[in-house]
Design a protein around this ligand. Structure first.
Ligand SMILES: C[S@@+](CC[C@H](N)C(=O)[O-])C[C@H]1O[C@@H](n2cnc3c(N)ncnc32)[C@H](O)[C@@H]1O
Length: 309
């Protein structure tokens, strides 16, 4: 009798706990996708430093979890419902199965939106810089391609990401990769010392894209190339999306128009500019922040350019 009572009690306690958890989850979901312009998290009212802090906080949390995200963080990395598996996501970004094996040590957090290595045509002996290197996945793939005579430098502004990337490099014993703390708007890299700049889904997070590409041009050698994967807008962002800071840290709101991007690149001293929109990216973008309709106004693109002056 006592046992039964106890069971019933703990059962109803459990039910209450479950209901409580469900309402907390529903509330978080509502907050995440409440595209209300008076939202306290309104990205448009934040200054550059505040937005940068939001970005750093979001990626520090992912680095601490050390769990794959598979959505560039927009839908909340803890939420797995409706998300693809690590392998499915990686293949949809354009990585091969062999490349994904390389990231399986915890370097591939599924935060990219393409595979910059696919357009970089890296050669042995080249010096490569990765803007916003995260846990180091693209750096490690680049390190294999440039070999022992080459060098890869990953730059990131989130200390927890740098720590994780350094730990991953040690695990795999990479000798030609280093990670430096810094902002992509002020690269801790010497002038004209780099052959190739790669980056995966990071420039959209910058509040000053002109500074990013000026810095890229400063550190590249003449003839050096930029080979990045990033998010561009394909139509005007709705106001409620512009105002949602979670969609900013989730690689949606900070996307740039293609012709704006072209003119920034030209202004920074780049030529041979190619911006190839990946129409099939809408399929994985639709799972980043379900309900936001992000796939209707942004897409992933490969951006290639050469430093000509
Ligand atoms: C979307 S994740 C991409 C990480 C990595 N490229 C990948 O594909 O896994 C963005 C990364 O860029 C870094 N980041 C964002 N804005 C940055 C900035 N302005 N300067 C340096 N790092 C930045 C974040 O800390 C985070 O590690």
């Amino acid at each position: 009798m006592y046992k039964n009572e106890c069971f019933n009690l703990s059962n109803s306690h459990l039910k209450k706990k479950k209901m409580y958890r469900k309402s907390i989850m529903a509330l978080s979901f509502m907050l995440l996708f409440s595209f209300n312009t008076s939202n306290v998290f309104a990205a448009s009212t934040m200054n550059e430093e505040e937005l940068k802090t939001q970005v750093r906080t979001a990626y520090a949390a992912i680095a601490k979890e050390e769990k794959p995200c598979f959505s560039c963080n927009a839908g909340g990395c803890g939420e797995t419902t409706g998300k693809p598996s690590a392998k499915e996501y990686g293949l949809s970004l354009g990585y091969s199965e062999e490349e994904l094996q390389e990231g399986a040590i915890g370097a591939d957090l599924g935060l990219g939106c393409g595979n910059p290595g696919a357009i970089a045509a890296l050669q042995p002996g080249e010096v490569v810089v990765d803007l916003g290197s995260g846990a180091g996945f693209d750096c490690f793939l680049a390190a294999k391609k440039v070999g022992e005579t080459g060098r890869v430098i990953g730059i990131d502004m989130t200390p927890q990401m740098l720590e994780l990337a350094t730990k991953n490099a040690e695990k795999k014993g990479y000798k030609n990769v280093e990670f430096r703390f810094g902002e992509i708007e002020h690269l801790p890299v010497e002038d004209a010392s780099v052959d190739v700049i790669i980056s995966n889904c990071v420039v959209n997070l910058s509040t000053n894209k002109e500074a990013v590409f000026k810095e890229a041009a400063r550190v590249l050698k003449i003839g050096g190339r930029l080979a990045i994967s990033d998010i561009v807008t394909t139509s005007e962002l709705p106001e409620e999306v512009k105002n949602n800071v979670y969609l900013y840290t989730g690689c949606i709101t900070g996307a740039t128009k293609i012709d704006t991007l072209e003119s920034i690149l030209r202004g920074a001293g780049f030529g041979e500019i190619r911006i190839d929109v990946k129409d099939d990216s809408r399929s994985f973008i639709s799972k980043w922040a379900p309900g936001s309709r992000a796939e209707d106004f942004i897409a992933s693109a490969y951006i290639f350019a050469r430093k000509i002056v």
